[in-house]
Ligand binder design. Sequence first.
Ligand SMILES: Nc1ncnc2c1ncn2[C@@H]1O[C@H](COP(=O)(O)OP(=O)(O)O)[C@@H](O)[C@H]1O
Ligand code: SF4
Ligand SMILES: [Mg+2]
Length: 318
Amino acid sequence: MSMHLEVENLYLYYKTLKGIVKAVDGVSFQLKRGEAMALIGESGCGKSSLSRAILRLLPRNTYKYEGVIKLDGENVMEYSDEKFRRDIRWVKISYVPQAAMNALNPVIKVGDQIAEPLIIHTNTSKEEALEKAAKMLDIVNIPADFINRYPFELSGGMRQRVAIAMALVTDPELVIMDEPTSALDVLTQANIMNEMKDIRKKMNLTLIYITHDISVSSELADKVAVMYAGEIVEFSDAESFFKEPSHPYSKLLLYSVPTLRVDREPIYIKGQPPSLIDPPTGCRFKDRCPYRFEKCEEKPPTVSTNGGFAKCWLLEKR
Ligand SMILES: Nc1ncnc2c1ncn2[C@@H]1O[C@H](COP(=O)(O)OP(=O)(O)O)[C@@H](O)[C@H]1O
Ligand code: SF4
Ligand SMILES: [Mg+2]
C-alpha cells in the first residue's frame, strides 16, 4: 500500500530573545492510510510543534519552516497559504489541540459548536451541519439530548469528546490529537481510548496521537515515534517497539512505566531534557544516557531496526 502521509526533513524553529529554539529539527516518518501513530516524549521535546508544523499553524516568531509533507504523494508544503487553508487544514487534516476541552466557547451550545467547523471550512448549510453534528455526538458517545447543552454543563470527559467531534465532523483523512486525555481521570482516559479505536476504524482515519504517557498509547498504536529534543530518535511498528525498543531513551521511557504484569521497579530517567536553543552536539541524549561512549560526541546515524529506524551509535552495524 502506498503512503498516506510522508514527512521528510521537517523543520520548525522559533526566534526568541534568548536565541533560536530548534523545536522540530529534521523530522521524517511515514504512515499508511488508516495507521495510528503514538508520538511520545517528555514535555518540551517538540511534540506540539511537530503537529503545528504539519497543520501549518505557525506562531509569529517562526524563524525557519521547511521540509516536505506529502499527502497521498502530493507535497502540500508547496501549496499557498490560501490553498492550504481551503483544501487541507480542517478539511483533510484535522486537529484536537492540547487542552481543547478547556477551549470550547462557553456561550455556544454543544451542537452549534460541533457544527461550526463544517460551516466555516466547507460549503455546508447550517441545517445540514447540525444534522451532521447530531451524528457526531452519537459517534463520540454523547447522549443525543446534549446537543442543546452548554459546555459548562458537561464533565471534562464529555467536553473532550465534543472537541474530538469538532475535529471529526468535516470527515478528515488525518487527525492529530495532542494529549487528548492527559487532563482526565484514568477511567475516562481508557473509555475515550477505546472509543477512538472504534472511531478510527469506522472513519478509516490516519491518526497521530500525542501523549507523554507511553502506557496509554500501547493499545491504540500501530506505529510509535519517540521524540527527544526536537528529533525523532526512534520510529517503529508498535509490536516490535513494545516487545523491545531499540533506542536507549525509548527503553528508559518504557521501563519508567510502573507495571503490574512484570515484577520490577520502574526506572526513572535522570536529569532534564536539554534546552532546544543550544542542544548538545553529537547525540542529544548523551548527558542522560547510561550507554554513552566516545562515538556519542558525533551525530548518531539513522540505523534500520526490526521495526523501523533509530538514531544511536550502539546500533551501528559493524
Ligand atoms: N511560539 C514559541 N516560541 C518560542 N518557543 C516556543 C514556542 N512554542 C513552543 N516553544 C518551545 O519549543 C519547545 C517545544 O515545545 P512543544 O512543541 O510545546 O513541546 P511538547 O509539546 O513536546 O511539550 C519548548 O522548548 C517550548 O518552550
Ligand atoms: S548515541 Fe550514545 S549517547 Fe546517544 S543514545 Fe546512543 S549510546 Fe546513548
Ligand atoms: Mg505539547
